[in-house]
Design a protein around this ligand. Structure first.
Ligand code: TXA
Ligand code: MG
Length: 329
């Protein structure tokens, strides 16, 4: 995993930056802030999160407020490992197989809730199910270990905008609301976790992500489509991850006044941002949100995006692009 810019920053309410002596002291400061009901910018391997104590309804209310997030959109409870998840979620055999294969890592499981106090009602948007994930980033793991309980952490963007994949993007989105901001370098994956519902009936893919459909189906069989669950997973609603400029997808030749997100060999130019010159989907995923932001910052008439293959990680990349373009998925 790549970690750039290991600079460490701690921000107090007043916004003055401190630089504590080590990542460990930063993690301690973050765990203390969470215990005090404050919010923390938390790096993960997928995207940066804005974290709060999952059991603290006051802290979770401040988190929704800071993101401008509709309260009917539930949060993911982050845990250190499967044993920690099983303190408040019922993980069936399928969940055990998947967590064994992919945790810690970019897979979120929606399971029946067994302890409503561990993840407060507001964090679950009142549902009797809970989304759980064990992130792989060492700083996130250290904070979880020190804190000892579940941490909710939606992506650190303001609601509806692209997820932050750098410390600078995270702090510029919601940093003002955070007591502590941890710099974990550039997010290695760059797309949010795959979300799979393991409730009654067949498993359902609620959000494609870095763990691909094929990887999951190889272990637990076919994934049903998520549409019936759309209301329960509002991250799947249209116009999400959106820049200010309109998006135009599957474009081979951009107009002169358009920024262009290329994929594979492409002419260079001041308005061209190449997701992966060598046509690699993992590289494109890692660059997607940062390039969208950079293209948007130029204030183009539109952002044109080259066709991206639909297989493997391409399913998640195309999902985010369709939502950023405002298409109903
Ligand atoms: O990679 C990630 O998952 C990042 C990092 C920070 O861990 N977090 C993230 O959180 O993407 P957020 O809040 O942006 O997305 C959570 C998704 C939403 O689509 C939400 O609707 C869905 O998970 N979700 C959460 N709880 C759910 C539940 N009980 N049933 C169905 N969907 C749920
Ligand atoms: Mg999000």
């Amino acid at each position: 995993m790549e970690h750039q810019g290991r600079g460490r920053h701690r921000r107090d309410g007043g916004g003055r930056a401190h630089r504590p002596s080590s990542p460990l002291s930063d993690a301690r400061a973050a765990a203390r802030a969470l215990q005090a009901g404050q919010l923390v910018i938390l790096p993960t391997e997928t995207v940066y999160g804005l974290a709060a104590d999952a059991a603290d309804a006051g802290a979770v209310a401040r988190l929704y407020e800071a993101k401008g997030r509709p309260r009917f959109n539930p949060l993911i409870a982050h845990v250190e490992d499967r044993a920690a998840a099983e303190r408040f979620a019922r993980l069936d055999e399928r969940a055990r197989v998947l967590t064994q294969a992919f945790w810690p890592g970019p897979l979120t499981i929606v399971a029946p809730l067994t302890d409503a106090a561990a993840v407060c009602d507001l964090a679950r948007a009142g549902l009797d199910t809970v989304a759980v994930r064990a992130p792989a980033h060492p700083l996130a793991r250290e904070v979880l270990r020190l804190f000892g309980r579940a941490i909710v952490a939606p992506s650190a963007n303001r609601s509806g905008r692209p997820s932050p994949t750098t410390f600078a993007d995270a702090t510029s989105e919601t940093g003002a609301a955070a007591a502590v901001a941890l710099d974990g370098g550039r997010s290695a994956i760059g797309l949010e976790s795959t979300v799979v519902a393991l409730l009654d009936g067949p498993p359902r893919l609620l959000r494609p992500g870095a763990v691909t459909r094929a990887q999951i189906e190889a272990l637990i069989g076919p994934l049903a489509e998520a549409e019936a669950d759309a209301a329960r997973s509002p991250g799947r609603l249209s116009r999400h991850y959106a820049p200010n400029a309109p998006l135009r997808l599957d474009v081979d030749r951009p107009e002169a006044d358009e920024a262009f997100l290329a994929f594979g060999p492409a002419p260079r130019g001041p308005l061209v941002f190449n997701l992966s010159p060598r046509g690699d989907l993992a590289e494109a995923a890692a660059n997607l949100f940062a390039h969208l932001r950079a293209a948007d910052a130029l204030g183009p008439a539109a952002i044109a995006v080259a066709p991206i293959p639909k297989d493997g990680l391409g399913e998640a990349i195309n999902d985010r692009l369709r939502r950023a373009a405002g298409y109903v998925g």
